[in-house]
Design a binder for this molecule. Structure first.
Ligand code: ZN
Ligand code: ZN
Length: 248
């Protein structure tokens, strides 16, 4: 039991450290010169900011780990609907569960995120994440424990209803972290015209989330822009800011 818990903690921490660390090392250190013109905010993030984000990310790893342990116990008890063999439901179903998690989380995130911006909740839940205006890959997990818990319970909640294979959830969690690190990279990687693309424009960009960190009241979305467009919370400066950043 203790060994399983320890392995789970190592996996949880490694996932964050490897993905955020690789992005930081590559974009912010090794290839910094090459991407200098793509930085959304000018000036380097101060070391104190990065230390703040790392501290709260460590706390988030612990919250995710604890929720992971509870989820595993619920799966062992047959309450969380994990199934052991992919062949039981096939690869198509396996792929469907990953897509379902992405679309459902996008909706879950938009509405919980908007709730967190309510004055009664903001200070208690969400201020920690907004401490950085110029975010870095390390900001990806910089949440207060209450916010971390809100994000962490999403997967077990879905798992109570939709049967999912553990590996599908793992793939989804990697996707989530990659997109989350991209959102906080502060370097725009896409090229001119992306945000106005008929198809591509439905995807969020680094600039999209950077505007949320700067202006608070717009661009609440996670992976897609549809909830912001539907609810009238898209930032009116988004396309222009994106084109400015990519130097068009
Ligand atoms: Zn953020
Ligand atoms: Zn926010």
């Amino acid at each position: 039991m203790a060994t399983t818990w320890l392995v789970m903690l190592i996996v949880e921490a490694a996932r964050y450290l490897l993905i955020a660390g690789a992005a930081f090392g590559f974009f912010w250190v090794w290839q910094r010169e090459r991407f200098a013109r793509r930085f959304i905010h000018r000036g380097a993030a101060r070391a104190a900011r990065i230390a703040h984000d790392l501290r709260w990310s460590a706390s988030t790893v612990l919250v995710f780990w604890a929720v992971g342990i509870v989820t595993k116990r619920l799966a062992d008890a047959g309450i969380v609907r994990a199934y052991p063999h992919v062949a039981e439901r096939g690869w198509l179903y396996f792929a469907f569960t990953i897509l379902a998690l992405i679309v459902l989380q996008d909706t879950y995130f938009y509405w919980t995120h908007r709730a967190m911006h309510h004055p009664r909740l903001y200070g208690l839940v969400h201020r920690t994440h907004h401490a950085s205006v110029q975010t870095s890959p390390w900001t990806a997990y910089a949440f207060s424990p209450l916010e971390a818990l809100t994000h962490a319970v999403f997967v077990p909640l879905v798992w109570l209803v939709i049967p999912m294979h553990e590996a599908a959830v793992f793939v989804f969690l990697i996707f989530m972290l990659l997109r989350n690190v991209q959102g906080h990279l502060s370097i725009e990687l896409f090229s001119s015209g992306f945000t106005r693309g008929k198809l591509l424009g439905w995807s969020t960009t680094t600039t999209h989330h950077a505007l949320h960190h700067r202006h608070y009241r717009t661009n609440y979305g996670l992976y897609f822009t549809w909830w912001d467009r539907l609810m009238g919370t898209s930032d009116a400066r988004y396309h222009d800011e994106f084109e400015r950043v990519v130097g068009a």
